[in-house]
Design a protein around this ligand. Structure first.
Ligand code: ZN
Length: 637
């Protein structure tokens, strides 16, 4: 997802917000009365939702909510349109910690409801007796500790003046602020009226439906998504935000002091949208805006439709980390148009997107850059397989078994990089032209629909393999999707992609001094390859040579800094500790925080006291998604 926009000053903000995100959404894809389909097969049963959509399902959500920064709650009403099988008495929603005040039908007549037992991962089922009602109005508040919402104090923002709120719905967090059927297979159109304290701005993952209104110290914003989307894609951010156009249909929102840097880093976005369209067909969501969030945003990016959410840590000053934007943009097809029906098939969102990301990067920056990023991805995949039980580890399958587990357990490079490797293998075997035509057709055939591994494989067989038995056996399709490890027909990384970095690794390993001239001319990807490929055990004087030669403790590029600190922590390299402390307390991206804190905590003598001190300092800016995991390390006591 992405977001963008606006000029300076409150008045200008209103105007430019309109210019940017205000077009009414184009009409839904098929005929007006069409309700997005629900899959019926065993592969579509979502064990992470209590909903029974074949009996009664939500088709539209209308929110009317006020944002209360003091109480850390959003509250108001959710009005749900329901489609139910004749004779159905009840609808079941997902609820995580909501405080429900009342539930009524459209005429205000109260409806009976019960909240079932709470599961720590799933929350609770909210069962509502429907009677004849097909519209229900739920009056409620979110809990102050909802995992979906992060509330920042003014001090935790770039501007230090106003508070900030943002949501993160994927995978099953939105049930903590929206009472609906929180399953990716149950697509819903939605609209929202959001009231926030003036002069703040609320942006959401949908086109703007009306101009903001200011009244009694509050400003209200309205958004409307006419396309049916998976409910995890409903997102909000509220803060002191400005917008700037980047192109005819692209732009960026962020805090005023970050706007210049964000816009400069994102200046290729319009070209990326065109490159993606050339590959996968028309961009269906009208605008592609982005919002660069405060540093506590736990992810790299989140593909919220019409408004990608981005970490500020991708801003390197030289666009060297903008493949992140290509990734979130590619989700406009894989993930947002054709969406994994359940989290067991998360690879359909992420693997296809990672593949498409490298194709967009190739279009803009050339095949060498793309090949290097693919090689880094293969390194990451090899590491992930090793960490997940090796080639026979159950979690190295693309189609996962997540019974009694959080869907976030599937958020690994298996989904991203093994998924991408699968598609690269198919491309290599059938030829790029044929594979591109197939993928374009696949997105067309599955637009605004849930998909599963079974559906993807059937579509591939029907439209690409077409009964060619030799091709079928060459591709090993079922082995890729349902078996662990990496099949033998995986395409290896181009050995020449990093010839120079790899030679430098070998030289350094034999005792050579760090090659500062080479480092100076290398790209970010080449530097990453070098650091990641160094032998993991390094004596202190060798680390000192690297640090003084390359200035690693002070490097501003977040990925390079992380790669260095990872090596430094593995070797208890004390001179890196101040740099480590700075890095872990200036941002809250899970990809960086979790492995470093975990590695420190695992080392009782040297690392654990450092982890305890840094975690205590960094924790206030970390997202609940991050603290939820790291609190388990019990660093406090
Ligand atoms: Zn993604």
């Amino acid at each position: 997802m992405n977001l963008r926009l606006c000029a300076a000053g409150a008045a200008a903000l209103i105007v430019s917000a309109c210019q940017a995100s205000n077009q009414p959404a184009p009409p839904p894809p098929s005929d007006d009365s069409a309700i997005a389909p629900i899959l019926t097969g065993a592969d579509a049963i979502d064990i992470h939702s209590y909903a029974k959509p074949l009996e009664a399902r939500v088709t539209h959500v209308a929110l009317d909510l006020a944002v209360d920064f003091t109480a850390k709650r959003v509250g108001g009403t959710a009005t749900l349109d329901v489609d139910a099988k004749p004779g159905t008495k009840q609808i079941i929603l997902d609820d995580k910690g909501l405080e429900i005040e009342s539930i009524a039908d459209a005429s205000g007549k109260p409806l009976d409801y019960t909240v079932g037992a709470v599961d720590p991962i799933l929350g609770a089922p909210l069962a509502i007796t429907l009677g004849e009602a097909r519209r229900i109005v739920i009056k409620y508040k979110s809990a102050p500790d909802s995992e979906a919402l992060q509330w920042l104090t003014p001090e935790q923002t770039a501007g230090k003046k106003y508070p900030y709120l943002f949501s993160q719905g994927e995978s099953i967090n939105n049930r903590g602020w929206i009472p609906t059927q929180d399953s990716p297979g149950i697509r819903q159109s939605w609209e929202a009226k959001i009231s926030v304290p003036a002069p703040l701005t609320a942006v959401m993952s949908a086109p703007k439906a009306a101009e903001p209104l200011t009244q009694g110290g509050m400003r209200s914003f309205t958004y409307r998504m006419d396309y049916p989307v998976a409910p995890y894609l409903i997102a909000i951010a509220v803060g002191d935000l400005q917008f700037r156009d980047l192109g005819p249909r692209t732009g960026v929102w962020t805090e005023p002091s970050m706007l210049d840097a964000a816009a400069a880093e994102l200046s290729d976005t319009e070209k990326m949208v065109s490159a993606a369209e050339a590959l996968y067909g028309p961009y269906r969501w009208d605008r592609y805006d982005m919002i660069v969030l405060p540093p506590s945003f736990p992810l790299g990016g989140m593909e919220n439709p019409t408004l990608t959410f981005l970490t500020p840590t991708f801003i390197a000053g030289d666009k060297s980390l903008v493949s992140l934007v290509a990734h979130e943009l590619a989700h406009s097809w894989s993930g947002n148009l054709a969406t994994n029906a359940t989290w067991a098939d998360f690879w359909l969102n992420e693997g296809m997107t990672t593949y498409a990301q490298s194709r967009i990067v190739e279009s803009l920056y050339g095949p060498r850059v793309a090949q290097q990023q693919i090689a880094l991805g293969i390194d990451a995949l090899d590491k992930t397989i090793a960490e997940n039980g090796g080639p026979t580890g159950a979690d190295t399958r693309l189609h996962l078994s997540l019974d009694k587990r959080s869907p976030d357990d599937g958020l690994t490079d298996i989904a991203y990089e093994k998924g991408a490797a699968f598609l690269r293998m198919i491309e290599a075997n059938v030829g790029r032209e044929r594979f591109d035509a197939f993928l374009k057709g696949y997105f067309e055939r599955n637009s605004f629909k849930p998909v599963s591994s079974k559906i993807f494989l059937a579509d591939l067989r029907a439209n690409l393999v077409k009964g060619d038995a030799a091709m079928e056996s060459k591709l090993k399709l079922d082995e890729w999707v349902y078996q662990p490890g990496l099949p033998s027909n995986a395409i290896p990384a181009d050995p020449k992609a990093f010839a120079e970095s790899d030679a430098a690794v070998a030289a350094f390993a034999k005792g050579a001094a760090p090659d500062t001239a080479a480092w100076g001319r290398w790209t970010t990807d080449e530097r990453l390859r070098f650091l990641n490929r160094l032998p993991r055990k390094q004596p202190t004087p060798r680390l000192a040579a690297l640090d003084s030669g390359f200035g690693l403790n002070a490097v501003r590029n977040s990925e390079v800094r992380f790669a260095w600190l990872d090596l430094a922590v593995a070797n208890h390299y004390q001179p890196a500790v101040p740099s480590l402390e700075e890095f872990l307390t200036m941002q809250g991206r899970r990809k960086f925080i979790r492995p470093l804190i975990t590695a420190l905590a695992a080392d009782p003598a040297w690392g654990r006291p450092i982890a305890a001190r840094i975690y205590a300092k960094g924790r206030p800016i970390y997202h609940p998604m991050v603290t939820g995991e790291l609190d388990k390390l019990k660093l406090g006591g």
